[in-house]
Design a protein around this ligand. Structure first.
Ligand code: GLA
Length: 708
């Protein structure tokens, strides 16, 4: 809908208003759905500016690309030049069209600087999620140096004073951190050349009292698996804006005449009722727009992954024995992890030589795969295509195929270097080898790993190549998926260092973290669930003693935590006690019973005290729910309180069953003895809550609710 150069997009719960009257395209409003009585003119009137003291008469607007040419003072997300000239950009709207009710295409031209900008803003009617992208074109015959070209900038209203973003490290991803009101810029940036463990490209800007079920907020995330930057800047006038975009190395991006650059897509959703609805909207968007069609509605199989069971020490008889054990507890997919290719006895050699090791597998992978198939499981394989060990045939044949910086000593990480995927011959080599494996063997799943940062991302011409490298990885994934339409790909990067909305469009699962420590996982998975739906979140039952933290945790807890994601096993089942195997098999059966709900329902996170954590999934029609409640530390009181649920239908009666751990009882009579099979109203479960039994630390309950 447009009125005098002001354009509006509406979805069920959100509205976007873009004002082009000043010549620069400006987001006038991005928030909860505006009432029909509210007109853009009213918003313009209500936002009448005033000249501030010690300031210019008319402050430059917070345009989609704030313009240095008209005096935008601050962190402008568009920075270009030609040998030091043409930096003063002032793009003016030349056309604005609405190809459909949900999309706005805005074209801007700067005749002086000879650039054109094209913005595409699209508000998904069902998920209330905005996708926004900037496209820059060089109109001059002189090359244009691009230092920065962010996705469209969004203004941040004054009351959204707080920011929740993510920190973390290897094996401890998705840790949230909230900062309060600030002056200047809040900046999170990575030059890791991948999404990174520590700077997930997403944040939530929100009000002071924001929680899971109350408060206003805007979620922003950049769909990109390379270098990126997120900034929220409060200008001296008090106005604030958020900008997300790529970070370039010096000279990395230069556009020739008529060449274009497309920024990564910024995804954003808004809420006036807390963080949980925000995640639900984003999940809905991921499910309807980023999930590949062949995966929609698919009940993902239970994985067995060999890594923590066998590491590099592989042979067919022991793998077959593991496959037997995996099938016996209910696994449906057997994934052979690292170690299957020549010289791969540890992480010092072999990467790049993508053929089956004839020493470990004298008859190839066939006998193992046949055995896995006979057991009724699919077969998957680990690869790390972008990497090469100096100790490999590939490197000996093509030492020049790696990214490097001339004259500087090579930086090794995990004993490996990064192949230069901007060279077509490198991609062709990788495609040919992976394709050959997929042709020879019935492999339906690749765990695609990337185990180091890009420290020296120079191509053969000495130019920085992170941007082109990321696009080349996406293209290689697509090329392989296209040739093998049934193939699924998991995005792994030393755990969760390549988990973002960019890679989701090319892959089908993320490996959330290398830590299978169930206590740590509760927090990692909670953080991950803010942007990713459960069916993407790889969640494995690890060994009794966690290989990362050394902590020993019960099978009931380990399995209970994994049930709520895309469940798998990553431990030597043949070394487990009979009791543990039985508990594991029961957990897998329970996951299978409820996975349709877990993979399609709405995530609901509950707010609890520090010693406990709780979350759940509720079916779209509110007819069913599964909630997890865990005691993670010693409670402060001798008896616990009631757990108040969320997201249910207040008016309906739910049958309540505590379904995990099997047969749990307290030392004295408790709710555990009376609640199963009882019917109570959604209202009572939400307003009053369910009295919890006394539980030891490191105990996890699963509560199933079903409308009868
Ligand atoms: C990375 C992955 C692990 C495993 C190893 C294999 O660390 O995150 O899951 O695949 O590589 O080397």
């Amino acid at each position: 809908m447009s009125s005098n150069s002001v354009y509006s997009l509406h979805s069920s719960n959100a509205s976007l208003v873009v004002d082009c009257t000043s010549g620069a395209p400006v987001v006038l409003y991005w928030g909860g759905r505006l009432d029909n009585a509210t007109t853009p003119e009213m918003l313009r009137l209500l936002s009448t500016p005033q000249e501030a003291q010690a300031s210019v008469a008319n402050e430059a607007p917070i345009a989609l690309s704030p313009a240095l040419g008209i005096g935008f003072h601050g962190d402008a997300g568009l920075r270009v030049h030609r040998n030091g000239r043409d930096w003063g950009v002032n793009p003016v709207v030349s056309s604005c069209t609405q190809p459909d009710d949900q999309t706005l295409e805005i074209q801007c031209i700067d005749p002086a600087c000879q650039i054109e900008l094209h913005y595409r803003l699209s508000l998904d009617a069902d998920s209330d999620t905005l996708s926004a992208q900037t496209c820059l074109k060089n109109l001059s015959s002189a090359p244009l140096q691009v230092d920065r070209c962010d996705a469209p900038a969004l203004p941040i209203a004054n009351h959204l004073s707080h920011i929740t973003a993510f920190k973390g490290r290897w094996a401890h991803e998705f840790q949230t951190e909230t900062v309060g009101p600030f002056h200047g810029s809040f900046v999170r940036e990575t030059q890791a050349g991948r999404t990174s463990h520590d700077n997930f490209p997403g944040l939530i800007v929100h009000d002071r009292l924001f929680g899971e079920h109350r408060g206003e907020g805007i979620a922003l995330t950049l769909g990109w698996s390379g270098n990126h930057r997120m900034s929220v800047t409060r200008l001296i006038s008090g106005r604030a804006l958020a900008q997300l975009g790529e970070v370039f190395y010096p000279g990395e991006l230069q556009l020739g005449e008529q060449e274009t650059y497309e920024s990564p897509v910024l995804y954003s959703s808004v809420t006036d009722s807390g963080q949980t609805p925000l995640s639900q909207r984003l999940h809905r968007f991921v499910r309807s727009h980023l999930t590949d069609e062949r995966m929609r509605g698919k009940l993902k199989p239970i994985h067995f992954n060999t890594w923590e069971a066998m590491y590099f020490d592989l042979d067919t008889p022991r793998l077959c024995a593991l496959a037997d054990a995996a099938a016996s507890v209910g696994a449906e997919r057997f994934v052979l992890d690292d170690g299957w290719f020549p010289s791969r006895h540890d992480d010092t050699a072999g990467l790049g030589d993508w053929t089956v090791d004839a020493q470990k597998f004298p008859r190839g992978l066939r006998p193992l795969i046949d055995h896995v198939h006979e057991l009724g499981m699919e077969f998957g394989l680990w690869v790390e295509p972008e990497m090469v060990n100096p100790d490999s045939q590939l490197f000996r044949d093509h030492p020049d195929w790696v990214l490097s910086v001339e004259g500087a000593p090579t930086v090794l990480a995990r004993n490996q270097l990064v192949l230069d995927l901007t060279r077509p011959e490198v991609c062709d080599y990788l495609y040919a080898h992976i394709d050959a494996l997929l042709q020879e063997y019935p492999i339906t799943y690749l765990k695609w790993d990337m185990n180091r940062d890009l420290h020296q991302p120079g191509d053969q011409h000495g130019r920085a190549a992170v941007h082109r490298q990321v696009l080349a990885v996406y293209a290689l994934m697509d090329r392989i998926r296209m040739a093998h339409p049934k193939l699924e790909i998991e995005s792994c990067s030393s755990g969760g260092a390549r988990a973002d909305y960019g890679v989701l469009a090319h892959t089908d699962r993320i490996w959330t973290s290398d830590s299978n420590d169930a206590l740590d996982r509760l927090r990692i998975q909670r953080g991950c669930s803010m942007f990713f739906p459960p069916e993407y979140m790889g969640a494995h039952v690890g060994p009794r003693e966690c290989h990362i933290t050394g902590r020993t945790l019960s099978m009931a807890l380990r399995a209970g935590v994994a049930i709520m994601g895309d469940m798998g096993i990553e431990a030597n089942i043949n070394e487990m006690s009979q009791d543990d195997r039985e508990v594991l098999a029961a957990a897998i059966a329970l996951h299978k019973q409820h996975r349709e709900l877990i993979f399609t329902g709405d995530v609901v996170r509950l707010e609890t005290q520090d010693f406990e954590m709780a979350h759940g999934v509720v079916a779209g029609d509110r007819g069913e729910a599964l909630f997890s409640y865990a005691v993670v530390a010693t409670p402060p009181h001798s008896a616990p309180g009631r757990l108040r649920l969320h997201g249910l239908d207040a008016d309906r009666l739910y049958e309540v069953n505590i379904v995990w751990p099997e047969g749990i009882r307290s030392h004295t009579p408790s709710i555990l003895d009376v609640i199963n099979g009882q019917h109570v109203s959604g209202d009572s479960l939400m307003r009053f809550g369910l009295q919890l039994p006394i539980l030891k630390p490191e105990t996890l309950l699963l509560l199933h609710l079903q409308v009868r």
